[in-house]
Design a protein around this ligand. Structure first.
Ligand code: CTP
Ligand code: CA
Length: 224
């Protein structure tokens, strides 16, 4: 009978997941964005919901169908994503997988930027808010905050520093040189306060399942 009872170890907990890219307009027809497919974030939202968590997924534009049993908030820009995340608090768990555009146009042009014959325009950019760091320092900080890091060089060294800088509990690092963008498989390392755990290459859904399980174990032991 036990085997037929689904594991609902995250029942009663609220999890916030960010996913996908953000899209930052330059003018009414052009934007800054990135290659994020949203696959890893959607898989994590699904895995947390499967363990009984109430999940709010805040997502940039992706081509993945809506998930059953997951509340989905669709956004375009980093500023919208931050506002949507803050509006879903309080949450017990936050997992930030979104590839937030680091910069946006300081003032998006109201009309299409035209070629003038004098060469390309100079784009003036400003830095976007850091959603993960904001959640980590929030008055209603989720008890467990997990960040992701896409790196091309010195993956573990950068990831260790990034975990400290952001103030998150766990950081999942992946080497984007290995072609994670849009792929179905992922090779990651999980960094927590105890060190680095290298996971074997697996499907993004398996990474999600393993992460959800680890989250559930952490909450079990902290409430025991
Ligand atoms: N992140 C975020 N808001 C931002 C930038 C990043 O929430 N404005 C989150 C991502 O969702 C991810 C983590 O921070 O969980 C790391 O993102 P990454 O782009 O690797 O870190 P940055 O601090 O932006 O550093 P850089 O891009 O320069 O490596
Ligand atoms: Ca970044």
């Amino acid at each position: 009978v036990a085997a037929l009872t689904p594991d609902q170890s995250l029942a009663g907990l609220h999890a916030l997941v960010t996913a996908g890219p953000t899209v930052e307009p330059l003018d009414p027809v052009r934007f800054i964005s990135n290659h994020s497919s949203g696959k890893q974030g959607y898989a994590i939202a699904e895995a947390l919901a499967a363990l009984g968590a109430r999940v709010t997924l805040v997502t940039g534009p992706v081509s993945i169908p809506a998930l059953d049993g997951v509340a989905c908030v669709k956004v375009q820009t980093a500023e919208e994503m931050l506002a949507a995340c803050e509006a879903t608090l309080p949450a017990d768990i936050a997992v930030c997988t979104a590839a937030v555009s680091d910069w946006r146009a300081s003032v998006p042009a109201g009309s299409k930027i035209k070629k003038t014959g004098d060469g390309p325009p100079t784009l003036s950019l400003v830095e976007n808010p850091d959603i993960l760091a904001t959640l980590c320092r929030h008055a209603s900080r989720p008890k467990l905050v997990v960040g992701f890091a896409a790196e091309t060089d010195d993956v573990l060294e950068n990831a260790l520093a990034k975990r400290q800088r952001k103030g998150c509990d766990w950081l999942v690092a992946n080497d984007v040189r290995r072609g994670v963008f849009g792929a179905d498989r992922n090779l990651v390392s999980l960094i927590d306060g105890n060190g680095i755990e290298e996971w074997p290459e697996m499907d993004k859904s398996a990474v999600a399942g393993k992460l959800a399980e680890r989250i559930s174990k952490t909450f079990e032991s902290s409430t025991a």
